[in-house]
Design a protein around this ligand. Structure first.
Ligand SMILES: *Cc1c(COP(=O)(O)O)cnc(C)c1O
Length: 426
């Protein structure tokens, strides 16, 4: 067919199936346009987006301010590489470090790259500042973690599907149960070679597990006690998703420089991605203070695209939108409403057993086994009923709409979700 003809969903799916690697299992929906909380498929059907590209599109689809910044910069200068300076990078670095209250940022592109960067900084810090003997550093991670897909990152995953036949694996990681302070202290105490603790403040991919209220603060205190770095992976939880600018801000709703707030658990290394660009462009970042970041010297780490002028312009706009549109407060308010409304339905439901989450990062647990396809079938039905969501682990459905949603839209979505779930009551 000619590229000028409009493609049907079936044709688009067939093309991907034939010519693309089968590394994803998408819902059979082919999207061609997005605006705010809505996306449209090639047949013109309109949906509420309740995945937000895994929380990358927090600011809503095609936000005009973000797209405007991107287009303007794309017409001016796109890429210099870091072989030269450019007039946008320093401005962005000042903005983002000021926004999150760190001395320095190391710009990358994807979340996984930022995690890798954080691990490298942590190891280097351990050898050069903590005095761990060469090649002996250990980093503690959690069961059920999701930090991306590189060889090193999947080495410390416990998702069989993510690991199987990708070995040999990178050494130097100790895995402990999530939300278990005693296990963390035991691991920190087990060896003098612990360099850091890498943690998701809420485990998103695992099924939106929110730890105990004091878990992060206690974990940070233990890391201090044992002189290990507390590394927060906020690629999914950050940028207003959970009703604060970062999940490590606890219940604080201030808009930036979180270190001034009492509930703030300051990471030694903060990892951001996804919504740092509002989903417009791959932009990730690793933030840390000088005594940590300065272990990296010229030639020791890099990325051709990291810190490019478009990324800088886009990220500034994306972070400004968070403040301009009060998305922290909106995520918090609508999240409470969502859990209250779904919770009310669950009281008498035979198909849904639990709703959990924080801000607008929530999950509903479906009353079936992890191996069942009930959650998948519910998501197919939700799509038919005009709402896109995806199962995380078997019987758990994540609900994470763009944060620009309003109350009327949210209530409309709640009724779509409840009515759809009711079709599966037994
Ligand atoms: C998505 C995600 C990543 C990986 O980001 P990519 O851009 O897909 O590489 C890392 N950590 C967390 C917590 C994530 O949700």
């Amino acid at each position: 067919m000619s590229v000028l003809e409009k493609m049907s969903s079936a044709e688009a799916i067939a093309l991907e199936d034939k010519h693309g690697a089968h590394n994803y299992h998408p819902l059979p929906v082919v999207l061609s346009r997005g605006e705010g909380v809505y996306v449209w498929d090639v047949e013109g059907k309109k949906y509420y987006d309740f995945l937000s590209a895994y929380s990358a599109v927090n600011q809503g689809h095609c936000h005009p301010k973000i797209v405007g910044a991107m287009v303007q910069q794309a017409q001016t200068l796109t890429l210099t590489s870091r072989a030269f300076y450019n007039d946008k990078l320093g401005v962005y670095e000042q903005f983002v470090t000021d926004y999150f209250g760190f001395d320095k940022v190391l710009p990358m592109n994807t979340g996984a790259e930022a995690v890798e960067t954080a691990l490298k900084i942590c190891r280097k810090w351990a050898y050069e500042k903590k005095g761990i003997a060469e090649n002996q550093a250990q980093i503690i991670v959690c069961e059920g973690n999701f930090h991306g897909r590189t060889t090193t990152i999947i080495s410390f995953s416990n998702d069989a599907n993510a690991r199987k036949n990708f070995g040999p694996y990178t050494e130097g990681f100790i895995r402990i149960p999530y939300d278990d302070i005693e296990a963390l202290e035991n691991a920190l105490n087990s060896s003098p070679n612990i360099a850091g603790f890498l943690v998701e403040p809420i485990q998103g991919e695992a099924g939106v597990y929110v730890p105990n209220e004091d878990y992060l603060a206690k974990a940070k205190a233990l890391c201090e006690k044992y002189n290990a770095l507390f590394i927060a992976d906020e690629v999914q939880t950050g940028i207003a998703r959970t009703g604060s600018i970062l999940a490590v801000c606890g219940n604080c709703t201030c808009e930036n420089k979180c270190e001034k707030q009492a509930t703030y658990v300051a990471p030694d290394i903060l990892i951001l991605g996804k919504a740092l660009s509002g989903g417009a462009y791959p932009v990730s970042a690793v933030l840390a203070n000088d005594h940590i970041m300065n272990v990296i010297k010229p030639g020791q780490h890099g990325s051709t695209f990291g810190g490019n002028p478009i990324a800088g312009a886009v990220a500034i706009a994306a972070l400004e939108v968070i403040n301009d549109e009060k998305l922290i407060q909106n995520a918090r308010r609508l999240g409470k409403l969502f859990r209250a409304q779904i919770g009310e339905y669950i009281k008498t439901s035979t198909i849904a057993t639990l709703v959990r989450g924080k801000g607008l990062l929530n999950a509903v647990v479906i009353n079936d086994t992890e191996e069942s396809d009930t959650a998948w079938n519910i998501c197919l039905k939700l799509a038919e009923n005009g709402l896109l969501a995806k199962p995380t682990h078997g019987n758990i459905i994540r609900f994470a709409p763009p944060l620009v949603m309003n109350e009327e839209q949210l209530l409309d979505c709640v009724s779509i979700i409840v009515n759809t779930l009711k079709e599966f009551e037994r």
